[in-house]
Design a protein around this ligand. Structure first.
Ligand code: AN7
Length: 371
């Protein structure tokens, strides 16, 4: 049977009806990849998985929420949608709006979004305005405009975005036959951590899973308002996707953290780049810098010994949460890889050595490759 996207697969759990026109690019159904290198690195009691959301149609997890938000906007008779974006939301909104023949307007912080994302918003035909300000300024403008004009807001303040994005947690549970013990993810505007936690709680309530994961969120050090406890006026990080100083879903992210017994911490740009290179070179998975914040966070927690108490009492953690005859005695950690590496090729090139130029002859090439 053909796969037809997250709305069709999970419509029982989504706010859609027979009358909802389904606008889809067959998003979702992304691979949950076992991380050989990281699992070995962290130790024998752990299994690490990578949820590769970069394989969605526009290259990020935003498509899960956008299919629902745009479908509902059509159902409600909207003619135009608008968002502020660090790049991926605008790429996704532009693509789904094009498909639905809706006008799409995006506000981006001037000079601060990755090239791939800008190219997407433009080629899909959105009206793209680069404002002289940051993401938070852009979002404030979008909120004000969409309250006063007949334009649908498609940032994650739109509850349909959260509804669609929660399907990623369903997929993880369907793959693992339960929730993981921990989920590690980047946090920017905090819609995604909110969506995952909502999804896990709903699956638990339905009896589809036995445990709930601890939610481990990571912000970039230069853009870590939740960690520092106050908005950041001038957020800065190479992970431009999460360069956000005043997250819209701040309180809901804290709720996910606290209800799950998890944490929200931060990682430096250096840690992000190091995880970014490790993922590409050791796991074969190319992500954008913001996505690498999850693995950077995982490695930071390992270094700090955070998981030790769980590995020491590993079977007790299992006993607490699981039925005694469960097959999985190892601790399972899922890292969410939110966006594709090709979104930001400049960063990749800057992170490694440029290719060496050699003469176009056999001898010169063989010498360079050591044969
Ligand atoms: C790759 O596109 O906010 O915590 O405007 O693109 O739900 O905001 C992007 C966010 C993580 C953070 N990883 O998710 C936008 C935008 C990637 C992202 C996040 C974003 P949220």
């Amino acid at each position: 049977m053909q796969y037809n996207g997250v709305i069709e697969r999970y419509k029982k759990y989504l706010p859609v009806t027979q009358r909802t026109p389904i606008i889809t690019l067959k998003e979702g159904n992304t691979p949950l990849i076992y991380a050989n290198y990281l699992s070995k690195l962290i130790g024998k009691n752990f299994e690490i998985y990578l949820k590769y959301e970069g394989l969605n149609p526009t290259g990020s997890f935003k498509d899960r929420g956008m299919t629902v938000a745009i479908s509902k906007a059509c159902e409600e008779g909207s003619k135009a949608v608008m968002c502020a974006s660090t790049g991926n939301t605008s790429a996704s909104a532009a693509a789904y709006a094009a498909r639905a023949a809706l006008k799409c307007i995006v506000l981006i912080p001037r000079g601060a979004i990755a090239l791939g994302k800008l190219s997407q918003a433009l080629i899909h035909g959105a009206v793209v305005l680069a404002i002289d300000g940051n993401f938070d300024d852009a979002l404030n403008l979008v909120r004000e405009i969409t309250v006063n004009y007949p334009i649908t807001l498609v940032n994650s303040l739109n509850p349909y975005r959260i509804e669609g994005q929660k399907t990623a947690s369903f997929e993880i549970c369907d793959s693992l036959n339960d929730a993981p013990d921990f989920q590690v993810m980047p946090v920017g505007n905090a819609g995604n951590i909110t969506a995952y936690w909502k999804g896990y709680k709903e699956y638990k309530k339905l009896g589809k899973i036995k445990i709930l994961p601890k939610m481990l969120g990571f912000q970039a050090q230069g853009a870590a308002p939740i960690v520092r406890g106050h908005p950041i006026k001038h957020p800065n990080t190479i992970a431009t996707a999460i360069r956000i100083g005043n997250p819209a879903s701040w309180k809901l992210a804290e709720q996910a953290r606290d209800e799950s017994g998890g944490l929200i911490d931060m990682v430096s740009d250096r840690e992000i780049v190091s995880a970014y290179k490790l993922l590409a070179a050791k796991e074969g998975v190319f992500v954008e810098p913001a996505s690498a914040a999850s693995v950077a966070g995982l490695l930071k927690l390992v270094k700090r010994g955070y998981f030790n108490r769980f590995s020491v009492i590993g079977s007790r953690l299992s006993a607490e949460h699981r039925t005694p005859n469960t097959k999985h005695q190892k601790i399972r950690i899922v890292c969410i890889l939110t966006g594709h590496g090709l979104k930001d090729p400049d960063r990749a090139i800057k992170s490694v050595k440029e290719p060496k130029v050699v003469k176009a002859n056999l001898k010169a090439v063989l010498r360079e490759i050591g044969y």
